[in-house]
Design a protein around this ligand. Structure first.
Ligand code: UT7
Length: 337
């Protein structure tokens, strides 16, 4: 249902998450490639991750629809209340149709708009900023934003692929927003950035024409994530604190005025460095990468759903969402819940 145009508040009304059945622990990976639990935990903080099985209906739309069902239940809404379904993903089952349309079909085909956005690891945070403006502006009343990815489909679980295979996991998370008469609810400050020249630090080539200039890719690289891990790490360690500071400055707030930092879970070391830089205690910057790995667009809503359901994030809180990743992209979304 759409409403009269004009500024209004945006309330977060429900969250949900879904993961595949199968886990892949560090001990499992030790059997598949030359790696060790000790190396993975020390370098990334990851202990286990979930791996999807398409035969079990665990693609992006299967996981996304399950998570959306749980979010609708938590919000006390029905499928017909949705005005728009947006799915942030880089691993939709097919290039066409968009995963959001498959999700719409799975939940009962509400007839509302549905489309995907691809902002890689930053996609969900960019999606928050986009979805918020659509509700704030008065055109849409109830929007579901899904973050779902199954990067396991783009990996080789062999020693040759070990630097990316160990970090990624599969999952989906959802947030539902609604227009609210209280105009102070919603985004306080946000930012979205790209350095497109950094695209070659993370990419998934389809053919030899996709290779960066001067690089000859073997055929085995096609369809698999190519990542300059150390380069991305350096970019993220530097960018992350700058992004937090930029967002705080825009909002006129101090780091401790924010109740919770919900960050893309790329590497525990990157998160801990940011925590130390702003002198935040452990309870204020959430880390769950040990149990899920890096789930790309799903990582932020996965954290949020855990935080909301455990009561650690609630109405009245200020929450900063942060993402960075392929593109290169980085962005933030600071909310008054
Ligand atoms: O989601 C957004 C995008 N992605 C990221 O944010 C990822 C950011 N980057 C990272 O998290 C880290 O760079 C990785 C975890 C991917 C890699 O850790 P690193 O400390 O940067 O390792 P490295 O790539 O510099 O490799 C160091 C060594 C190498 O051996 P040599 O050449 O020093 O002998 C690698 O071959 O570690 C080796 N190595 C491994 N050893 C055991 C790389 N992967 C593995 C592995 N197990 N899985």
């Amino acid at each position: 249902m759409t409403g009269a145009p004009g500024p209004r508040g945006v309330r977060l009304v429900g969250t949900g998450r879904a993961v595949p059945k199968r886990t892949l622990t560090n001990a499992d990976l030790e059997k598949l490639m030359d790696t060790s639990d000790e190396w993975i935990v020390q370098r990334t903080g990851i202990r286990t991750r979930y791996i999807s099985d398409r035969a079990n209906d665990e693609g992006v739309s299967g996981l996304g629809a399950r998570a959306l069902g749980l979010a609708l239940e938590a919000a006390g809404l029905s499928v017909s209340d949705l005005d728009l379904i947006i799915c942030s993903t880089m691993t939709a089952e097919m290039p066409c149709p968009p995963a959001a349309c498959l999700i719409a079909a799975r939940i009962g085909n509400p007839g509302c708009g549905a489309f995907d956005i691809n902002g890689a690891c930053c996609g969900f945070v960019f999606g928050l900023n986009v979805a918020h403006e659509m509700v704030r502006g008065g055109t849409y009343r109830t929007v579901a934003l899904i973050g779902a990815d199954t990067l396991s489909a783009l990996q080789t679980y062999t020693t040759a692929g070990r630097s990316t295979a160990i970090i990624f996991g599969d999952a989906a998370g959802v947030v539902i927003f609604r227009a609210d008469p209280n105009p102070s609810l919603g985004i306080i400050a946000q930012s979205m950035h790209t350095d497109g020249t950094g695209w070659k630090d993370i990419y998934v080539p389809r053919c030899r024409h996709d290779a960066p200039p001067g690089v000859e890719l073997p055929e085995s690289a096609f369809g698999h994530v190519q990542m300059n891990g150390a380069g991305v790490f350096k970019f993220a360690v530097g960018t992350f604190p700058r992004l937090i500071q930029e967002t705080l400055d825009k909002a006129g707030l101090r780091a401790t005025d924010v109740d919770m930092y919900v960050c893309h879970q790329s590497n525990a070391r990157i998160l801990h460095a940011a925590r130390e830089r702003f002198n935040l205690d452990e309870s204020r910057l959430y880390v769950n990468i040990d149990r899920y790995g890096n789930t790309v667009a799903a990582s932020v809503p996965l954290c949020l759903d855990e935080l909301v359901r455990s009561g650690r994030v609630k109405p009245g809180h200020k929450v900063m969402f942060l993402g960075f990743g392929g593109g290169l992209t980085w962005g933030s979304s600071l909310w008054q819940l």
